[in-house]
Design a protein around this ligand. Structure first.
Ligand SMILES: O=C(O)c1cccc(C(=O)CC[C@H]2O[C@@H](n3cnc4c(=O)[nH]cnc43)[C@H](O)[C@@H]2O)c1
Length: 228
């Protein structure tokens, strides 16, 4: 069995995590035979590309007889104001495909409410984090906010959509664009899953000047020690 697979959307996130892993690594055994315990790869933005790439990585590792022991979707995220602070760290109890469903004049209908046969929905639009993996990450990151992390295909950018999303998901602390896709790939491969995010921006009316990328990448580097 190989180690942990950490997938990010973009290379800058992967580099921030690798920097934290290097800074916190135990000394390597002198014979140089130990396999890497954590592999960090940037797989792309959005649930489809991240999910497909993760599924391929898991399948290739399994076919080679070296399956990963767990997968973590990691990177930056938007945070719900009042629920998490910009620069803060978030661990997902569940990753939820927030926009998987249908609009209607009466509001958003989640995919589970559309009358489709349950076997076509997989686990629905919610994937729970592996409890053991989540507990281990939380023990290493006691300051992290634990809650629902939404997966969206469109970054939320108006007051109205922010309010609607916050009302539909009172337990959601953050939104990002990959977690649910990675979670489905992990679930189908039978591999434990968790999602780790650091908050780069408040969710709300689009305002790039409010994004704090440097803070969020620094928080990712600091959080990476928990992944050993
Ligand atoms: O909105 C933009 O103009 C923009 C331009 C360049 C890059 C980005 C991103 O990298 C954001 C998407 C990326 O980061 C995660 N993320 C960060 N904040 C949010 C958010 O408020 N809502 C959804 N996703 C967010 C996401 O996982 C992507 O990988 C944006």
């Amino acid at each position: 069995m190989t180690g942990l697979l950490v997938v990010t959307a973009v290379p800058a996130e992967a580099e921030a995590i690798r920097a934290g892993l290097t800074a916190s690594a135990a000394p390597a055994p002198p014979d140089g035979t130990a396999p890497p315990d954590v592999t960090v790869l940037a797989v792309g933005v959005g649930p489809a590309v991240a999910g497909a790439a993760t599924a391929r990585l898991l399948a290739l590792a399994e076919a080679a007889g070296r399956p990963y022991r767990a997968v973590v979707s990691a990177g930056i995220a938007g945070g719900f104001v009042g629920r998490v602070t910009v620069g803060g760290t978030v661990l997902a109890e569940r990753s939820v495909a927030a926009d998987l469903g249908a609009e209607s004049p009466g509001g958003f209908i989640p995919v589970e409410g559309l009358g489709m046969p349950p076997e076509l929905l997989g686990g629905g639009r919610t994937v729970l984090a592996d409890p053991g993996l989540l507990a281990r990450l939380h023990a290493a990151l006691p300051g992290a906010t634990v809650g629902t992390v939404l997966t969206v295909s469109t970054v939320t950018g108006t007051a109205a959509s922010t309010a609607a999303l916050a009302e539909r998901h009172p337990d959601a602390v953050a939104e990002a664009m990959e977690g649910y896709g990675v979670a489905v790939a992990a679930a189908q491969a039978g591999v434990p899953f968790a999602e780790l995010r650091t908050v780069s921006n408040p969710i709300g009316p689009r305002d790039r000047s409010a994004w704090r990328m440097r803070e969020a990448f620094a928080a990712l580097t600091a959080a990476a020690a928990a992944l050993h």
